[in-house]
Design a protein around this ligand. Structure first.
Ligand code: G6P
Length: 610
């Protein structure tokens, strides 16, 4: 995700800021930029790609100013492609204000229109440039006041640093919903969105809270609210190592990413649900929305976890959008001489956007005339670039090899896609509103499921020596059963099979022996009674039943050996909750067996070879 580093003090800022950006690299980004303040105004350089590209740009310059105030940014594109023009810092149209910003300005379209009517002009597609121009619009020689005035007009989130060319000894920073930390050194301050960029300079920090801002000079800092009410802040000591900071206090990235899901889903939904109008807004496919609504067939292609999310997508698109949909393993699809008729859309799903099989399947489909869409997490990745249009997950970088938050992000995006088509075809506003309300509740409901982590660990520890497991579910929870089994295989090296529950009697039931763990996803829904029957079949053979069930379902406790609960939601959204206990189960099993959770043997995060 985006990163900010800013500095004011006695050191030369150029190399200091670049080092700071490198500390934030682990968060993921697609472009970067730097602004150094000097007597001649701002020196701004930007580059697409790695920080080393920006470094090379600066190396080639003969006149990088030796300024003592500056700021730098790594951008993970949200509004607009990852281009040099869209990279931060952004300036106002007079070139007097420079801004780096994390977060999203939700009402930027309305503000942009207002500013255009006042004669202001814009170069980029970003929400951040709109904020820079707005600050410039209010600027009358006092940067702090101009920032305060602008922040009163914006809705959304920000962690930001701002400079004014007329005030070379001032740096203004502000925060709402996006972290910002001020490192306090001797006659110097280093501000960053993440302590990782600060700790090598100082361990003395001030944490800004939401709606707080600070004015920094080389020798002092003062903090206020954005309403200009003074706030006195305590200087605290950071006690973490760099590695711990990157892990945010979690022992593994996988666990961190599992626990990040509530926030990641909120980010994925942000700006895509217009609550006032009860609409789904998918900017990435808006230009092709007519073709999407008229699609006669959708072929989803993906690998691994993304394929499982694709299977949920098939159910969502057929049930909600009523478009015949099939999901194909990319590795099979590419060699199968696929039939692509008029009106076929190929939808490639990939966390990394680089998986070789998915990319090849996409190219094959395009060669045969299909329109292509992507659901991708990594901005600017090859699949994102090669699809005709797409929707990013915005769940942040996924570092653990076993995919977790990307799976849920993929399902959220598929749901939004299905709903936006459905509403334009036949779905009533009332039903759409019910879905949007249910989606809004998902992050909070996810937290309730994650709260059971300790209980899941205890149960898992009892069974983690068993080498064969079954995962069974029906309907929307059948793909979740597949995903639960895959997670367990990937990181704990336990053999596990995922199946539609009714298929058990056609073969796998022969595997069940006394004590074998069988995980049922048995939430209340259309096939609940049938699942209870399947549970009895396992019990009759002395298998041990671990059930993921609905909160308040007392009956299941009398038939299952162990129960993890999920809150009620609309049936098509259940996978977003039912997959969480299974992710935790796999995680705790792997830890109990002493496996390398984040880098399991033989696996790669992104498989770029066939
Ligand atoms: C690898 C990873 C899986 C992932 C799959 C597809 O096999 O280990 O976790 O699901 O690739 O990756 P993608 O980046 O295309 O979603």
């Amino acid at each position: 995700m985006c990163g900010i580093v800013a500095y004011i003090g006695k050191k030369q800022v150029g190399s200091l800021l670049l080092e700071g950006l490198k500390r934030l690299e682990y968060r993921g980004y697609d472009s970067s930029g730097i602004c150094i303040g000097s007597a001649d105004g701002f020196f701004i350089r930007k580059a697409v790609g790695r920080i080393s590209v920006l470094e090379a740009v600066l190396d080639e310059e003969h006149s990088v100013p030796h300024g003592h105030v500056g700021m730098a940014h790594t951008r993970w594109a949200t509004h607009g492609a990852p281009t040099e023009c869209n990279a931060h810092p952004h300036t106002d149209d007079q070139g007097r204000i420079a801004l780096v910003h994390n977060g999203i300005i939700e009402n930027y379209t309305a503000i942009k229109q207002f500013l255009q009517e006042k004669g202001h002009t814009f170069n980029s597609q970003t929400d951040t440039e709109v904020l820079a121009v707005l600050i410039g619009h209010f600027y009358q020689g006092n940067l702090l006041k101009a920032v305060q005035a602008a922040l009163h007009e914006v809705r959304g989130t920000y962690g930001m640093a701002v400079m004014a060319s007329d005030e070379p000894d001032h740096l203004v920073v502000a925060r709402r919903g996006s972290p910002l930390i001020i490192g306090v050194g001797k006659d110097e301050y280093i501000v960053a969105s993440d302590a990782a960029a600060i700790v090598e300079h100082t361990t003395q920090v001030v944490y800004l809270n939401d709606n707080e801002m600070a004015l920094l000079t080389p020798k002092s800092f003062s903090t206020t609210t954005i309403d200009d009410v003074p706030v006195s802040k305590q200087i605290k000591e950071v006690e973490f190592s760099l590695q711990q900071i990157e892990l945010g206090g979690y022992p593994h990235f996988m666990l961190k990413e599992i626990f990040e899901q509530p926030e990641a889903m909120a980010n994925c939904l942000r700006g895509r649900v217009d609550k006032n109008e009860g609409r789904v807004v998918l900017g990435g496919i808006s230009q092709l929305s007519r073709d999407v609504v008229r699609a006669r067939r959708i072929i989803i292609t993906a690998c691994g976890t993304a394929w499982h999310a694709g299977l949920v997508g098939e159910f969502l698109l057929e049930e909600l959008a009523k478009i015949p949909t099939e999901v194909e393993y990319a590795s099979e699809f590419r060699y199968r001489n696929p039939i692509i008729e008029d009106g076929t859309i190929v939808l490639a799903i990939s966390q990394s956007g680089e998986t070789a099989d998915t990319l090849a399947a996409l190219r094959e489909a395009k060669d045969r005339g299909a329109m292509s869409l992507g659901i991708v997490n990594v901005v600017g990745s090859t699949i994102a670039r090669e699809t005709d249009a797409g929707i990013y997950l915005h769940v942040g970088p996924e570092i653990g090899v076993a995919s977790t938050k990307a799976f849920c992000g993929q399902i959220v995006v598929e749901t939004l896609l299905a709903l936006s088509i459905a509403r334009r075809k036949y779905m009533s506003q009332t039903v759409l509103d019910q879905f949007l309300a249910a989606l809004e509740k998902i992050p909070g409901q996810m937290r309730r499921v994650l709260d059971q982590s300790d209980q899941i660990r205890e149960v898992t520890t009892q069974y983690c020596h068993r080498e064969n497991w079954l995962f069974l579910g029906r309907g929307f929870n059948y793909p979740v059963a597949l995903e639960g089994a895959l997670k367990l295989k990937e990181i704990s090296y336990i053999h596990a099979e995922g199946l539609p529950a009714a298929e058990m009697k056609h073969g796998p039931i022969a595997l069940i022996n006394p004590g074998m763990p069988v995980v049922f996803i048995a939430t209340r829904g259309t096939q609940y009674e049938k699942l209870l029957g399947n549970i009895q079949e396992v019990k009759a053979r002395s298998g041990r039943v671990i059930a993921v069930a609905s909160e308040g379902d007392e009956h299941i406790r009398s038939v299952a050996d162990h129960v993890f609960t999920v809150p009620d939601t609309i049936e098509p959204l259940q996978p977003l909750l039912t997959v969480l206990p299974l992710q935790l189960l796999a995680y705790h099993a792997a830890v109990a067996r002493g496996c390398n959770v984040d880098k399991p043997r033989n696996l790669a995060k992104s498989v770029t070879v066939e």
